[in-house]
Write a protein of this length. Structure first.
Length: 349
């Protein structure tokens, strides 16, 4: 199972690969700024993240490898040639990375940088190419010991020898394209395909004239520590309570925490009055603000205490969270499962 994620700032693709039978997974090219999103999906699917694998030492974003290790205890994999710190899996050509019954073969594809790697599925049906081979393009070769000659050789010997129907999953795309195949790129890649010769490719790459990545001086040193030394680190979690953001982007808090801290927060119930007074009951000191009145009654919501939104099952209150966030309320969370779960847990109402 392959889940492709996108970071719009760096146009980076990350890939969560899952073995459904064992619920073990690996994450390829995690982006630090997307740590909250990726972690939410791993938690929601009940996965055990075994490793993060970076295809190379990135220059346009900071890896989320260290943040994932702190959250899930996953091992960190990066090419041994970099000599990076905090790496648990120093990867070399021909090694295998296992998760559940699945295996990824490590293929060294230097050229974009000296330590670029690709990861090939055991059935040779999928290859994760990082920046070595992009859709109708290839990664630049003008910094980090890059070499157009080495990249040409890497692609020709390690990638273009794969089956034509092998799906190419690139590390970036700037036009919204999500995947290709080896056969397509052999035929149509304007830099490497269609019978291109070494001299053609070198001439093309040596005349790209691209500016250096804006984050080069920040990203590379941080990535040589597997992201541990990143300036600022991942987005800070809320400090007022154990709020977890869902994969849908909704901050949630659990009932067992709320029942112990009711006096410290403002509970806003967004159901109708009939529901509020109905069989599910309502929380002590909860303020009734029906969802369809919320936008016009914002001045009734506390500005000094965190706000917890609640409804029957947590769906309408999730929309209420979005409304409050757009209005600038930062300390806000949805009660996970709403009043239905609250009653199932036998909590007082």
């Amino acid at each position: 199972m392959i889940r492709q994620h996108f970071d719009p700032v760096s146009s980076t693709y990350s890939y969560l690969l899952i073995d459904p039978a064992s619920a073990e997974a690996v994450l390829i090219d995690p982006v630090l700024e997307q740590n909250r999103r990726d972690a939410a999906l791993i938690r929601e699917l009940g996965l055990r993240l075994m490793a993060t694998l970076d295809t190379h030492c990135h220059a346009d974003h900071v890896t989320g490898a260290w943040a994932m290790k702190e959250a899930f205890g996953s091992r960190i994999g990066l090419a041994e040639v970099y000599g990076a710190r905090n790496v648990d899996l120093p990867l070399r050509h021909g090694m295998s990375v296992r998760f559940g019954a699945e295996t990824l073969e490590v293929r060294a594809t230097p050229g974009h940088t000296a330590g670029c790697l690709c990861f090939l599925s055991a059935d040779r049906a999928h290859v994760f190419t990082g920046d070595a081979l992009l859709i109708r393009a290839a990664g630049r070769t003008d910094f980090q010991e890059g070499s157009a000659r080495r990249l040409f050789e890497s692609v020709q010997t390690q990638l273009f020898t794969l089956p034509d129907d092998c799906v190419v999953h690139p590390g970036h795309d700037y036009e919204g394209r999500t995947s290709s195949t080896i056969g397509e790129e052999k035929r149509h890649n304007p830099r490497l395909g269609g019978g291109a010769k070494l001299e053609d490719f070198v001439g093309f790459m040596d005349n790209l004239g691209l500016p250096h990545p804006k984050l080069l001086e920040v990203a590379v040193p941080a990535n040589l520590s597997a992201g541990r030394d990143a300036p600022g680190g991942p987005p800070s979690p809320p400090t007022w309570g154990p709020v977890l953001e869902t994969y849908a982007g909704v901050p949630e808090i659990e009932p067992d925490w709320l029942v112990r801290h009711l006096a410290e927060v403002e509970v806003v119930d967004v159901r109708s009055r009939t529901e509020f007074e109905g069989e599910l009951g309502h929380l002590r000191n909860a303020k009734l603000l029906p969802l369809d009145e919320l936008r016009t009654r914002m001045d009734e919501i506390s500005t000094t205490r965190p706000v917890v939104l609640i409804c029957q099952t947590g769906k309408r209150s999730a929309m209420a969270v979005t409304i409050l966030r757009k209005a600038g309320v930062q300390r806000v969370a949805n009660l996970a499962g709403g009043m239905v779960r609250w009653r199932q847990l036998g909590l007082p109402s």
